[in-house]
Design a protein. Structure first.
Length: 373
């Protein structure tokens, strides 16, 4: 795919990408960039987009031989596009809604997390604190700003029947209501490429809390953690200590996982920097267990679907600290993984909108347990 190009019009190279300041125009909710003269066509090289996405998200860096109009800074832009898509998936937003969000961010900021804009506009979507979008720090959090955009979109009656530009304008109320349409082809290519490369966690869209199925499925361990009473979100239960007979590596893994208590869940997040500024550094269920065991010198695979094949199966009644507890879905294809802490407790990253937290085992219908030590 060398020297491939995705044509979006000869004059689409944004001054925003060529200079330190942007020429922006006013809008009720954001600062739409004045590129109404840029007309994009449908001649998008989707293979070139996919190749660039794969190179960057695969950690190989930017492929300098690929030129895609509209993605002049792919190393900066594509990770933000990934956050928008992953957030949309985690909120159960249909593919079309993700395309609308990408087109909006391309028009408003060229997929850059800007700390400036028209009046007080900020971030990927150029949302304004003065218009009730949130605080400046919140708006510059890509997950927060993406979530707020999706909330506005989903609250718009009939958005699914609107064109991409109509749906975007319904949320943004831009001074250039027709500007979003030019980014639809590139947005579709980005959404498709990113959705295909995201790790399939089974965690996102529309997940419901773990609840007993009522059909007798699953196992119930003898020790269920109920003696600790209510456990505050993101807190360690009062009186809990890692059992003295825990395997030293399990102790290290549990200790590392407890260090992430209270950090925000991010579907597809790597859990490599849970308290850092990049939302994709936060934890989802399987990256939490993976990184916890990495801290203990044990290598696990990345996803729930593969971790269920690690180590050996053990009975839920014979669980030891450090065992992996699988729930949701089926025993063969579970959709969630937690780390058993002993004393009838588990630690996990539950789902979008929650934090890494400790829960009693009794609240989980266990499908299978794996011992990786």
């Amino acid at each position: 795919m060398k020297a491939a190009a995705a044509a979006i019009g000869v004059f689409c190279l944004s001054p925003l990408l060529l200079a330190g300041t942007a020429v922006v125009v006013a809008s009720d909710s954001s600062a739409a960039l004045d590129h109404t003269s840029c007309t994009t066509g449908t001649d998008i090289d989707t293979e070139a987009v996919a190749a660039q996405v794969a190179a960057i998200l695969g950690g190989e860096g930017t492929d300098q031989d690929i030129r895609i109009e509209g993605l002049e800074l792919p190393a900066e832009q594509i990770p933000h596009a990934k956050t928008i898509v992953a957030t949309g998936i985690s909120l159960d937003v249909p593919e079309r809604g993700q395309v609308v969000a990408l087109a909006t961010a391309l028009q408003e900021s060229r997929l850059r997390n800007l700390d400036y804009g028209d009046r007080d506009s900020l971030g990927l979507f150029q949302q304004r604190p003065s218009m009730g979008w949130g605080s400046p720090d919140q708006i510059r959090d890509p997950v927060y700003s993406s979530t707020k955009f999706y909330e506005g979109l989903l609250d718009t009656p009939g958005w699914q029947q609107m064109t991409v530009t109509q749906a975007a304008q319904a949320v943004q109320k831009s001074g250039f209501p027709d500007a979003y349409a030019q980014w639809e082809p590139l947005s579709r290519a980005l959404q498709k490429a990113i959705a295909e490369i995201l790790p399939d966690q089974g965690e996102a869209p529309g997940e419901t809390p773990d609840e007993p199925s009522g059909n007798g499925a699953g196992c119930v361990p003898g020790e269920d953690g109920s003696g600790f009473g209510p456990i505050p979100d993101g807190a360690l239960p009062e009186g809990y200590e890692i059992p003295k007979d825990a395997d030293p590596k399990a102790r290290k893994a549990i200790t590392w996982a407890m260090g992430q208590l209270g950090t925000s869940y991010q579907w597809g997040g790597t859990c490599t920097d849970p308290r850092g500024p990049d939302p994709m550094g936060r934890c989802d269920c399987s990256s939490l267990t993976q990184q916890a065991y990495r801290a203990a010198g044990v290598t696990l695979t990345r996803t729930t679907y593969t971790q269920v094949k690690e180590g050996k199966a053990v009975s839920a009644k014979a669980m030891r600290p450090g065992d992996l507890i699988f729930s949701r879905g089926t025993a063969a294809v579970p959709e969630h993984v937690s780390l058993y802490m002993g004393s009838g407790l588990l630690i996990n990253a539950p789902r979008t909108g929650t934090n890494v937290r400790v829960e009693p085992v009794k609240d989980t219908t266990i499908l299978t347990v794996r011992r990786v030590l």
